[in-house]
Design a protein around this ligand. Sequence first.
Ligand code: LLP
Length: 462
Amino acid sequence: MPKKTLPETPVRGARKPVSPTLRRSRPAALPARPVAYRGDNLYLDGVSLASLARQHGTPLYVYSAQQIKDRLQLFQQAFRGRAHTVCYAVKANSSLALLRMLGEMGAGFDIVSGGELERVRKACRPALARVVFSGVGKQEWEIDAALKAGILLFNVESEAELAVLARRAKALKRRARFALRVNPDVFAETHPYISTGLREHKFGIDITLARAIYRKAARSPWLEPAGVSVHIGSQIRKVEPFAAALDRVVQLVHELRADGLDIRYIDAGGGLGIEYTGEAFDARRQVEQYAAALGRALDGVAAGSPVAAGLPEQTHLLLEPGRFIVAQAGVLLTRVLFVKQNGAKTFVVTDAAMNDLIRPALYQAHHEILPVRKRPGSKGLVADVVGPVCESGDFFARDRDLASVKAGDLLVLLDAGAYGMTQSSNYNTRVRPAEVLVQGREAQVIRRRETLRDLFGPELLA
Ligand code: LLP
């Protein structure tokens, strides 16, 4: 970001001051993805994907450190006008190396399990104080671990959970700061599996019941009502549903403050979507529009907002983006095993499968597919891209227009950085891929490929 004022004495070697007109111009759009062809070869930032496949084998997840940092900074910049913390949703990609990188940039974390809490502890201990703990089914050991770690906020999803939290807080003699995750009954247009903000979903507490629950909780010496949180779903491309949900939250915060509660945190959740197709995508603009929409709701001036006045300045905004930060930074690199013809259909069989990236099978999600080496002049083909797993649902694309593909070729599935590795499994006794983090022209293995020995480790034979 350009500085607000110019230094009075030019620093030696510093760039010439930019003219005021240029200074006001918008910063250049960031590329939506870190991959680009150099000649006929596909690179991720400064590293050739073919060379990574040679060195580390396939399937392989590859991430761009630069893009992940850029995306976090987009959030941090878009909200710089108000007190906020970006609590990256660990479930999107929980690699320790990525968590460390984000934590060192000041991110907090949104976790949903004791396991994710341990990841934060391992990756960046100081960030434990910036953790929010979400999820409908927290267990006692997980609550205990989070209380002892001194996390920022429990996002509580039911009265029953609140009772357990109070009991564990008392047992450990640690007051629990909490927010109720309210269900605002707002519809967000997305895949039904990842929409969460309607009354019929399992998530959150009906917003109309929340006030009474807060009042009751406030009587416990072990519970500290400190915030209100909301999350309406994932891969949401329009900003209006976020604003509508936040409007309702802001109204509740006013009521709670009128009841004498010190509600300081507003957790707006995650869910901002990305573009999975080849359409142009301006991430900076998307975040700025999102920030503006949330800002209008927070300031109480959204069209039709029931709130007359904005919230006082001590409100601290929490954000829980996952996908937006990491999805487009990552690709899944895979090798074509066979190209086979069944009747009229052509199948490209890759060494990656639904156990490595389940999004197409589970949500009919679209991922763009590119050849790692272009063959200029060759004619394309229309094919299903499928994995070796014994399920018809094991596909990455159906009737996709591809460049000419032959056995042995490398392909990449784009936008695989979020909910790729974290949703992988060992189905069909397949080892999970290795992961590589690219920083400029350097590539570093951040998780080695599993071995069959790893898989058999926990099993017992009489
Ligand atoms: N906060 C809460 C409480 C959540 O439940 C989620 C995601 C997030 C934040 C982060 O949402 P994001 O910014 O990443 O959209 N596996 C699905 C997505 C499931 C999202 C679950 N909750 C997929 O691959 O599309």
